[in-house]
Design a protein around this ligand. Structure first.
Ligand code: CO8
Length: 260
């Protein structure tokens, strides 16, 4: 399947591998990528060959360094209310078969939220996870507060979201944000090994186990989702966001000038 921002392949073991592929911007999630991923998930859900998904990032620096800040700067209340990011992550959570995030390097902001929407997270020793949105004057608005809370507990989720600090692999493992930490060359082999061991089991049993597990963890409530979307919409219009995102983009422009 050919896409602009994704590489999608179906593995002979019976799962699909989705590479988020904008390595020049650390695989930042732009609108195009989100639209392509939404469409791909719709297709894969009906593909008889696919009984699981592995997500990973292209290049050697990042899984996903968040939403594309250049695009976020332009977004206002109306775009927030569309909630397309939240819908994509819900689609990942609701994918009928098990999903694994294979993380090398940065999984920040929307990248961390995407990993949290997967069933299992494996990182390399170079994985760095975090929700730095408040540093940019916004919040994790695609299910992050809910999914992070249920993954690492309320105290740690609050600390990570309020400070925006980045969590190295070993700490992420300790707090349950990652299931395993492996050497970089072991990342995809380990993800495939786990998928293979799942594939040995009763297919319908695994599918129904996921239904039961999703029900047990109280999948993101639509009311929570609307609250996040509304908060994000307010923040998208706020001068603080404008100032902080411009500062990030200015830093980039300045580096380019200095390099000349
Ligand atoms: N958006 C756009 N461009 C980015 C992003 C991003 N999120 N992250 C990195 N880049 C670009 C950089 O601008 C740079 O581009 P260039 O080479 O043209 O200057 C390139 O990627 C490489 O990055 P750096 O040079 O900055 O690499 P460093 O190793 O110095 O730093 C960092 C790596 C620490 C990851 C740094 O790039 C950084 O802080 N990035 C931003 C991280 C961040 O704040 N992410 C959160 C964004 S907000 C968000 O995600 C809202 C969630 C929305 C929901 C989406 C759910 C689907």
């Amino acid at each position: 399947m050919s896409h602009e921002c994704l590489e999608v392949s179906v593995h002979e073991g019976g799962w699909a591998e989705i590479v988020l592929a904008r390595p020049e911007v650390l695989n930042a999630l732009n609108l195009k990528l989100v639209q392509e991923a939404t469409q791909v998930l719709d297709e894969l859900e009906h593909d008889e060959r696919v009984r699981g998904l592995i997500f990973t990032g292209a290049g050697d620096k990042a899984f996903v360094a968040g939403a594309d800040i250049g695009e976020l700067l332009e977004r206002r209340l109306a775009e927030a209310l569309e909630g397309i990011n939240a819908r994509l992550l819900q689609k990942i959570e609701d994918f009928p078969w098990p999903t694994i995030a294979a993380i090398h390097g940065y999984a920040l902001g929307g990248g961390c939220e995407l990993a949290l929407a997967c069933d299992i997270r494996i990182g390399t020793t170079a994985a760095v996870l975090g929700q730095p949105e408040v540093r940019l004057g916004i919040i994790p608005g695609a299910g992050g507060p809910h999914r992070l809370t249920r993954t690492v507990g309320p105290g740690m989720a609050r600390e990570l979201i309020f400070t925006g600090r980045m969590v190295p692999a070993e700490e992420a493992l300790r707090i349950g944000l990652l299931n395993h930490v492996v050497e970089p060359e072991e990342l995809m082999p380990r993800a495939r090994e786990i998928m293979t061991s799942i594939r040995r089991n009763g297919e319908t049993a695994v599918r129904l186990a996921k239904v039961a597990l999703n029900a047990a963890v109280n999948s993101v409530d639509r009311r929570h989702q609307m609250l996040e979307v509304l908060s994000q919409g307010i923040l998208f219009e706020h001068p603080e966001k404008e100032e902080r995102m411009r500062a990030f983009l200015e830093r980039k422009r300045k580096r380019e000038q200095d390099a000349r």
